[in-house]
Design a protein around this ligand. Structure first.
Ligand code: GDP
Ligand code: MG
Length: 449
């Protein structure tokens, strides 16, 4: 990661060593990114404090500039808290491996039960699902539907289970169902038992007691706490309540397909120290992933997939073109409409990496420019400039009223659009000359400064 960042950012100004001001500026950006991602406030405070401390005492690396170094530390800390390496399900020495699911109502336990069963089945396991949620009338049916889709049998207390004899009388209590499920798994040599349990809308002592009773009855090898990634600031109290009330060995983050940037992942991992094993990413049974701490770190920082972004950045900056541009910018002379267009096109390609630039101190201006950037605008500018004659492009001052209306017609725009473009170009040209005089571009783009 750092190597690739290094090559992409090597044209940014380097200041040699990590000053407190550099660090604080970057840490401020990180704090904002984490709060945007809905990481719990105390977790953000602790995290940024740790990053700041590490950055202050960090060996200054010649290869990285200060911002890169801080970002590297942030990323390492994030990945560390999120569990470092991906952890998989711990299998029992003597099967069946018992997996208990716990979490609030609607967290996604029943859905996950089916996904996990399908996942394990595809790895050659022979899971059995147990419906120990007798709280809601349709909870058992829901698990049966999920089990049928996954092609995995369901042990349930109600009759009507596709004519199978995995049936207990209605009215049985969840602890008895779970225990009977375990006996069934042993008898039929299922090597994994997945126990679905009831949840409540909020943390509730009766619910905790029931989950703890089921736990004591089946002695799980893994207790997976399922939490909705959209839960936001409540993640900490909910996770703490389940950690105290039932205890858990791992976390599953559900509904990661939504808008949530996954701050809950950091909150939960940070507060409980438990690893995140899986991510649930949709309503279909196949919307299920083994959790990757490094990918999650990128998502929380909103850096996307850093590697692919960097690839894009490299493509966006054709070195030769950039060099030519740099020459023109340095003198402020000969900046033409064609250059203006090519700059706009570069900006468009860079749109997707704007968040990354926004994280670096001194790049705030750049970020603002990109935030205000409208892609359709570039299409319009492109059309207008293409409708000009070469002579007009070289010398926009010759574009009088009748030329303006001809260009507007040719490009499918209005004369107002043409006027606006010419004004913007004029302003950009002036700015270029001014910057050439003052000796440099503020927030220069890599390869152009
Ligand atoms: P439980 O009460 O914890 O058993 O939660 P359920 O498994 O019944 O899920 C509650 C709702 O969330 C259902 O409508 C599911 O279809 C939905 N759901 C579960 N997991 C996901 C997910 O990863 N993404 C999305 N978009 N919806 C999910
Ligand atoms: Mg359920």
């Amino acid at each position: 990661l750092s190597d690739r960042l290094t090559s992409t950012f090597k044209n940014l100004r380097t200041k040699g060593r990590l000053s407190e001001a550099d660090i604080d500026a970057t840490v401020r950006e990180i704090r904002r990114a984490l709060l945007d991602a809905d990481v719990a406030v105390p977790v953000v405070r602790e995290f940024t404090g740790k990053v700041r401390e590490r950055a202050l005492s960090a060996e200054v690396s010649g290869a990285l500039n200060p911002a890169q170094q801080v970002v590297k530390i942030v990323n390492e800390e994030l990945v560390g808290i999120l569990g470092g390496e991906t952890r998989t399900l711990r299998l029992a020495k003597n099967p069946p491996t018992v997996v208990l699911l716990a979490g609030l109502q609607g967290a996604g336990k029943t859905t996950l039960a089916g996904k996990l069963a399908l996942h394990l089945k595809s790895q050659g396991h022979t899971p059995l699902l147990v419906a120990a949620d007798l709280q809601r009338p349709n909870a058992v049916t829901q698990l049966q539907v999920v089990g049928e889709r996954a092609g995995v049998p369901v042990f349930a207390p109600h009759p009507g289970n596709q004519g199978s004899d995995d049936v207990m009388p209605a009215g049985a209590d969840p602890v008895a169902v779970a225990r009977a499920g375990l006996e069934t798994a042993r008898a039929r040599q299922h090597d994994v038992l997945i126990v679905d349990t009831a949840g409540r809308l909020g943390v509730d002592s009766e619910l905790m007691a029931q989950a703890a009773d089921i736990r004591d009855a089946v002695e799980p090898d893994e207790i997976l706490f399922v939490i909705d990634a959209m839960i936001g600031q409540d993640a900490v109290t909910t996770a703490q309540a389940f950690a105290d009330g039932v205890g858990f060995t791992g976390v599953v983050l559900s509904k990661l397909d939504g808008d949530a940037r996954g701050g809950a992942a950091l909150s939960v991992a940070s507060v409980t120290g438990r690893p995140i094993l899986y991510a649930s990413t949709g309503e279909k049974l196949t919307d299920f992933e083994v959790f990757h701490p490094d990918r999650m770190a990128s998502r929380i920082l909103d850096m996307g997939d850093v590697l692919s972004l960097i690839e894009q950045a490299e493509k966006a900056f054709d070195a030769e073109q950039a060099e030519q541009m740099a020459g023109k910018l340095a003198s402020g002379e000969g900046f033409t409409l064609a250059d203006f267009l090519s700059q706009m096109q570069q900006l468009r390609k860079m749109g997707s990496i704007k968040k990354m630039f926004g994280m670096l101190p001194g790049m705030a201006q750049m970020r603002e420019a990109l935030d205000n950037f409208d892609e359709r605008e570039v299409d319009r500018i492109e059309a207008i400039i293409h409708s000009m004659t070469p002579a007009e492009r070289d010398d926009p001052k010759m574009i009088n009223g009748s030329r303006r209306s001809r260009i507007a017609k040719g490009s499918g725009t209005t004369t107002t659009d043409v006027n606006q473009l010419l004004e913007r170009f004029d302003a950009a040209q002036k700015m270029m000359k001014q910057m050439a005089k003052s000796g440099g571009m503020p927030g220069a783009m890599p390869g152009m400064g």
